[in-house]
Write a protein that binds this ligand. Sequence first.
Ligand code: PFF
Length: 540
Amino acid sequence: MSFDDHSKIPETSGSMESTKLSKARDTWGSRLGVIMAVAGSAIGLGNFLRFPAKVAANSGGAFMIPYFISLLLLGIPLMWIEWTLGRFGGGFGHGTAPGVFHSVWQKNRFIKYFGIIGIFGPMVIFIYYTYIESWTLAYSFFSLMGKYDRLVDQTGMKSFLSAFQGLESNEYFHNLGWAYGFFLLTFVANAWVIYHGIKGGIERFCKWALPLLFFFAFVLFFRVLSLGAPDPAKPDWNIFHGFGFVWNPDFSKLLSAKVWLEAAGQIFFTLSVGIGVILTYASYLKKGDDVVLSGTTAAATNELAEVILGGSIILPAAFVFFGPVEIQSVAHSGVFNLGFVTMPLILNHLPLSHGMGFFWFFLLFLAGITSSVSLAQPAVAFLEDEFNLKRNKAVAIFTVAAFILCQPAIFFLKNGVVDELDFWGGTFFLVVFATVEVILFSWVFGMNKAWDEIHHGADLQVPIIYKFIIKYITPLFLFFILGMWFFQEWIPIIFMRNVAPENQPYILGTRIGLLAMFVALAVLVKIAWRGKSLPKAVKQ
Ligand code: PFF
């Protein structure tokens, strides 16, 4: 079915009625604007922190093989699928997965409930992502103020970070006050952008934030490239060996399923696909807007930021400063330590350290906020589209709910709540949702119609091999990942075998909270669709 055929869809469908009932939806202002917004969503903390940590943990260059295979077989196809499905659903007045899925499979009463993941997942990520984003704003301020510039070793910088996070009290911070203050600022900044809408808020903001982000990233990139060996007695501690450390492959690791799972997970996370966000953004396209070239451009921009910039800043620089032995433990010290301990330490050793520190953290902040606003948008769009709420009301409801939900991530960080949220929102549900999407697209919608729909208004022809890939390879790959995951990890995860006993109540609490959130969304979907079956006059 192509877009033009909408008129032929039976009028009995609730989604068709909602098209007639709902007010005019927001739209993007320009093609460049939507590409910038999607690239802004994709380029985030994942590119500059999560990616280097994954590369280091998974044997450097060898990681790039499953990474690029996942990009070609999962990431890019899902990007096109989400752009296409989103634009399709938007034509019915639906900007979130319950409505989009229902528009595709109108006869099925249950499919909309699978779509709940497309609101739930982004909200779960939003809850912890915004908090971490607020640390980058705080550290931008600390860099400018020189608040940590006397710290020259890992121990000092680590205690600065943990006191800031409220994990301990020491001479740097006594409580969570600073962290909470910056969280509030960050939260308000997000709400402010979302409040101004698609064109007036998100697009306008991304149009200046993204170029600025690239500017900061290139400055740091060239700064790292020009690093000389700091100690003449150790000429091997140089930038070339730093790149060697990052990229020299250890092919034996490719036999491990974990490396493949992590590479696929990173592709989903970094491209923001498999979660409903791109679906929502694409629902604001017009029916003749190209999706192939735009989707590909957004994905390519993200890969440039990730592989070239994200892969060349922290780790090579850390090698130069810490040398071939210590880098091993530094590289495996985790995402937060790399970003908030290693990098500021390195910058403290360089001239203009205050400015460079600011560049690094403000780069992260811009990357973070252009992503977090995209995570908020599905929930807001759901309230607007399915309950006919005005934007300010929808944003107000979202803001209150999200603010409350953020609190456990802030106060129970040390009990593993953020990791738990990241596992469900940022890993597990991505794969489940992507599987539903690809099946729906290629098997329910039908691959021939889907192919036409992708190419509607397209400026670029997708290579024909992708007809086969999208229909068979992408779903099989996803089933394989899910299967492996169930086989290897299901039991320990469900029974919390890897969770310290004292943290188990917190993790259980988080799971109950997530379940409650899911059920609440299911009830909302049910209510929204009940309303749609009412006669038009009653609804109005
Ligand atoms: N892509 C973002 C990053 O790399 O940090 C994170 C993200 C944003 C994931 C939006 C998922 C999403 F829907």
